[in-house]
Every structure is written in structure tokens, then in C-alpha cells.
Design a protein around this ligand. Structure first.
Ligand SMILES: Cc1ncc(COP(=O)(O)O)c(C=O)c1O
Length: 372
């Protein structure tokens, strides 16, 4: 056998991200129509205006995309009331998470985040050879005091999801200000607001003001969630221009596609689609909360488009639900083995989920009784 190329030791610590099975594969294997509530996507689908823009852009894909993301940059800058040079674009916010690490960390440094949070932060930190420091949750929420306490002279980057995936917990702008006041100002804080549009809570976020005030905060948002464009991969960052320039040093020149740029531009203007998506999510959260309470399982209140549900054994329950044609995410790999995470779907999908959950729990209970 030919010897394999040698990997740097620090890469061996990274757990490659394991995505859920494609829905088509589940349907083929089981011979049934399945629903996927596993990746926090928008059940309403993309904006019709975005679909039109995708068709129009398709005829020009022989050309490289606009590497400066000019039109989308100008449009978003006006909307967010920040200068155009305060914006960075990536193939999903995932790419920006990696670029933030590669632009600011090296071996000997430390990158800091929470346990039970979005796993790409850990992968980004470890992929630079820096040391990963993870602070346990405080109850179900990110422990901001613990994060401040874990800062050392080697800390260069901190990643925080607000709201957090998978717990759905969130912290106020005031608590984030208090964290910033406790840490050295030169540390880059990546504040991931992937679910910003859903988290419509009093006191939630003043992240862009912090950027305007010149703080070293990189705010991340995405077109994958409320805008329904997860398959096109487009996220953006808002930060002072020096931080955007650091990301540009490691970004490849055409990292967001022309089709994604065109779709995002159209989706931004489709206020009706965003309104409908948020309304459907509000109704779905209420429907799921009612149904889960009736099922007798405990779950965390959520301000996002997903709910973390304690089912006792997340893997066994999600496997049983898969056989019933409902795909949800077990949370063992995020350090919460007792739970599953379910994405808020359409009313019909939520009903199917609740039905499959009740059946899966009953079947597992019966199997336990039978086995004892
Ligand atoms: C907290 C958080 N950040 C980022 C992302 C990734 O988003 P994107 O599709 O923009 O890469 C997700 C996706 O689920 C997420 O939950």
C-alpha cells in the first residue's frame, strides 16, 4: 500500500462535521415519503422573487461572479446603515467562521467558545493549530461570566452564538456589553446571529452599534435561515474594515457564487416572504410547544426556528422517528445525548413530527417493558 500523506497533528483533533442523510436517500431506503426537520431550514422555501433571480442569473454562470459582491454589498450597507467596507461575504456564515479563525489565530494562541454550541467554531479554531478552550453551559445557556473567566493572555478569538444552537437560549445586549467590558479590547469576538431575524425579543441585540463604536466584534448573519437560501450558501459579516481586511487575506477570490448573490439581493427585497416565514415560525413554535407539553416531554423555550427536546435517549428516539419518516437531529454529538433538536416546520409537518414522536416514545417504552 502507498503511504498516506502526513496530516498535521492538530488536525487529528477535529471531528469532521457529519451532516444528516439527504431526504431522498431516507425515502429511497424506507420506501416512504419522509419529512426533514433536522437542519433549521425555512419550511416555506425560498422567496419567489429569489427563484426568479436564480433563473435569470443561470444564463450567466459561464462568467466568474463579482468578487467584490458589489450590488449586494451596497444594498446591505444601506439597509444596515453601515459603510460598504464594513461587510464581508462568505459561502454561508460557516465560511466566515473559518476565515475569522484563519485570519487571527496561529499555534500557541487560544480560541475560546462554549460547550454545546455550533461545532464549526471548534473546527475553525483547531484547524489553525491554536488551542481550543470550551466553557461548559450554565444550565442551558452560554455562561458569559465563565467565558470572561477563561480568557488568558493567549486568547485571540471568542465565538458566541446568540441565540445558541442547539439550546435556543439567548443573552441580552446588556450582558454582552458587560462581557466586553471584562475582556481585553484587542480580542476578536465573533457574535454569530444566524437566527437574528427570529429572535425578536426586547433587549436582544445592539451588535451593529458595537461595530459602529469601533469594537472588535464580527457580527455574522446568514441567508440560510429566514431567507430560505441554505442551498446557495451565502452569509455575511459586519465588522470594522480592518477585520474585514483580515478575512480577505485568507478568503479565496470568488467565494460566493453569482447565483447566490443574485438570489440574496432579490430575497432582501421580499419583505412579504420574510413576514410570512416569521409568522409561520411563530405559529409553529406555539403548535410544537403545545403538542410537546401534551406528550409530556420537557423542552427548552426557543426564540429561534428549532426546539431542543429532552426525550431521554436522543439517538434511540431519532432512529425510531426516522423509521416513521421524520428526520430530526440527535444531539449526542453536541454533548446533549438525552435530547433531539427539531426544526419548526409547516403546520402539517409539525403535526407529523408530534405524531411520530408519540409513537416512537411509546414503542421504546414498550420495548423496555418487554425487555425487563
Ligand atoms: C449558530 C449557527 N451559525 C451558523 C450556521 C450556518 O449557517 P450558514 O448556512 O450561513 O453557513 C448555523 C446553521 O445551522 C447555525 O446554527
Amino acid at each position: 500500500m502507498t503511504k498516506l500523506p502526513r496530516l498535521p497533528d492538530y488536525l487529528l483533533q477535529i471531528q469532521p462535521y457529519v451532516p444528516g442523510k439527504p431526504i431522498e436517500e431516507v425515502e429511497r431506503e424506507l420506501g416512504i415519503v419522509a419529512i426533514k426537520l433536522a437542519s433549521n431550514e425555512n419550511p416555506l422555501g425560498p422567496s419567489p422573487l429569489a427563484v426568479e433571480a436564480i433563473h435569470a442569473a443561470a444564463t450567466r454562470v459561464h462568467l466568474y461572479p463579482d468578487g467584490s459582491t458589489w450590488y449586494l454589498r451596497e444594498r446591505l450597507a444601506a439597509r444596515l446603515n453601515v459603510p460598504a467596507d464594513h461587510l464581508a461575504f462568505g459561502a454561508g456564515s460557516c465560511e466566515l467562521i473559518l476565515l475569522a479563525s484563519h485570519g487571527h489565530l496561529q499555534q500557541g494562541d487560544e480560541g475560546l467558545t462554549s460547550e454545546s454550541t455550533f461545532p464549526v467554531y471548534a473546527a475553525g479554531i483547531l484547524s489553525t493549530g491554536a488551542r481550543l478552550v470550551e466553557v461548559p453551559l450554565e444550565g442551558d445557556a452560554i455562561d458569559l461570566e465563565g467565558i470572561a473567566g477563561a480568557v488568558t493572555p493567549r486568547t485571540r478569538v471568542i465565538y458566541l452564538a446568540n441565540p445558541n444552537n442547539p439550546t435556543g437560549s439567548w443573552f441580552t445586549a446588556g450582558r454582552f456589553d458587560a462581557l466586553l467590558a471584562q475582556i481585553p479590547e484587542e480580542i476578536l469576538v465573533v457574535l454569530d446571529e444566524a437566527y437574528y431575524e427570529y429572535a425578536d425579543q426586547p433587549g436582544y441585540s445592539r451588535s451593529i452599534d458595537l461595530v459602529r463604536e469601533g469594537r472588535n466584534v464580527l457580527v455574522l448573519r446568514t441567508f440560510s435561515k429566514v431567507y430560505g437560501l441554505a442551498g446557495l450558501r451565502l452569509g455575511y459579516g459586519i465588522a470594522r474594515p480592518e477585520i474585514v481586511a483580515a478575512l480577505d487575506r485568507v478568503r479565496h477570490p470568488f467565494n460566493t457564487s453569482s447565483v447566490a448573490q443574485a438570489a440574496a439581493l432579490a430575497a432582501l427585497d421580499d419583505d412579504a416572504h420574510v413576514r410570512c416565514s416569521l409568522e409561520m415560525n411563530r405559529a409553529g413554535l406555539a403548535q410544537l410547544s403545545r403538542g410537546l407539553a401534551e406528550t409530556g416531554v420537557s423542552f427548552l423555550p426557543s426564540v429561534t426556528n428549532f426546539i431542543l427536546v429532552d426525550v431521554g435517549d436522543g439517538k434511540a428516539v431519532s432512529d425510531a422517528m426516522l423509521r416513521l419518516g421524520v428526520v430530526v437531529r440527535p444531539m449526542d454529538w453536541m454533548g446533549i445525548p438525552q435530547s433531539i433538536r427539531v426544526t419548526v416546520g409547516t403546520a402539517e409537518e409539525n403535526r407529523k413530527f408530534l405524531d411520530a414522536l408519540a409513537r416512537a416514545l411509546a414503542a421504546l417504552r414498550e420495548a423496555r417493558v418487554g425487555g425487563s
